[in-house]
Ligand binder design. Structure first.
Ligand code: GLN
Length: 387
């Protein structure tokens, strides 16, 4: 029997993140695997979604998204990200930030183009590049600070380098790239004509004195940057699939055409609903940070007490823990073992490295859960006996 399979999907498997959610659901465990964000969505946004559906805003929008939402995004980009953009020509609303990333990669990456990613990485970033048949090179982020070596990074650049994938705050390490690091990358991009695709999904989730800087705001970078963000994590609407890309017209017109082909448009009533997010007061964002900080302050020592080696993240809501001291080894069976012993699901470290061996001693814990769920997980962690 002939096998019906496109070459481009050869070797693709469901992600470790998805796998853990499935395992965890089956076991009735606490899912600290997938970044689900199950705190309630702000009431104003939910009401506005219901209102949009009731008033029949239920048909296709322009492929770049509704005007009112793009106008609001443009103001936010100027005020928060320090990026000036024209809402008519420089913004596309997408089906999640992933939709934006897919459209950006397929618009600008040719088979054989070299693309640099930081490792550990978010697997979706990687696999979409595989679908584009890119040649991927890795810049290692090393614990405890998750810094990268500037000289090693320079050695990765060749005349085939097309793009650098940036993610700040970073999934899975919680690193927030500093101005010095971003300036270093920006200088290379401008000198060698390299595009940055910058996923800034966790831009509002920051700890301590860390500050989010968009590489697209650095001088001269508007010609070299596609900035991607979304609403999922900031407003607990991960199931709405609503994100956006911001880039100069020359990029945005391509991204828009592909978004149209792939998805037609993002869900229209939800685009209308999201306008309400821009009326939330500044205190919403300080409370968001405070609430995540409280959860971090709970889970961070709990993981340490369980015998794991962890580094305080600067942003996002993940902890990539070294679990070698526990006799677990970060492979899939380590996740299973953790689930069996504690009822907690965590993502195997191998999901974040090109060579799975490099992540074998790591597990990613996500704490975007309600406080009492994180509390319960921390109690369960005490069941682990330190070997
Ligand atoms: N970004 C989230 C994570 O890393 C969710 C991704 C997903 O569901 N695939 O867990």
């Amino acid at each position: 029997m002939k096998e019906f399979k496109a070459e481009r999907i050869e070797g693709l498997m469901p992600s470790g993140i998805r796998m853990i959610t499935r395992m965890c659901d089956e076991a009735g465990g606490i899912n600290l695997g997938q970044g689900v964000c199950d705190e309630p969505t702000p009431k104003e946004i939910k009401d506005s979604a219901i209102q949009a559906i009731r008033s029949d805003k239920n048909v296709y929008s322009k492929y770049e998204g509704i005007d009112e939402l793009r106008e609001k995004i443009a103001v936010k980009m100027k005020d928060y990200n320090k990026i000036k953009c024209n809402p008519d020509t420089d913004i596309t609303v997408n089906v999640g930030s992933t939709g934006g990333y897919v459209a950006a990669c397929f618009s600008f990456i040719n088979p054989g183009d070299e693309v640099i990613m930081f490792e550990p990485f978010y697997g979706y970033h990687l696999n979409i590049l595989h679908l584009c048949k890119a040649k991927i090179k890795y810049a290692r982020l090393s614990a405890p600070g998750w810094y990268f070596d500037f000289d090693e990074f320079k050695k990765l650049i060749t005349n085939k380098t097309k793009a650098i994938i940036l993610n700040t705050p970073t999934n899975p390490t919680g690193k927030v790239f500093s101005r010095e690091e971003l300036t270093f990358i920006a200088d290379i991009c401008q000198k060698d004509g390299i595009l940055v695709i910058s996923d800034e999904m966790y831009e509002y989730i920051l700890y301590d004195k860390n500050e989010h800087i968009s590489i697209g705001s650095l001088p001269g970078m508007d010609d070299f940057t596609i900035t991607i963000s979304g609403f999922s994590k900031s407003y607990n609407v991960t199931g709405w699939r609503l994100g956006y890309t911001v880039a100069k017209k020359k990029f945005t017109e391509k991204i828009g055409i592909l978004s149209d082909l792939f998805y037609i448009c993002a869900a229209t009533p939800l685009q209308h609903a999201m306008i309400a997010s821009f009326n939330l007061p500044d205190s919403y964002y300080s409370e968001l940070r405070a609430s995540y900080t409280k959860k971090l302050d709970l889970i961070f020592p709990a993981l340490q007490n369980a015998g794991f080696k962890v580094h305080r993240p600067q942003g996002a809501y993940y902890l990539l823990a070294d679990v070698s001291s526990m006799g677990l080894n970060g492979k899939t069976d380590a996740s299973k073992k953790l689930l069996d012993l504690t009822g907690i699901g965590a993502v195997p470290g191998e999901s974040f490295y090109e060579n799975p061996e490099d992540g074998k001693n790591q597990l990613r814990f996500c704490f975007s859960k309600e406080y009492d769920v994180v509390e319960e997980a921390c109690r369960n962690l005490q069941k682990l006996k330190i070997h």
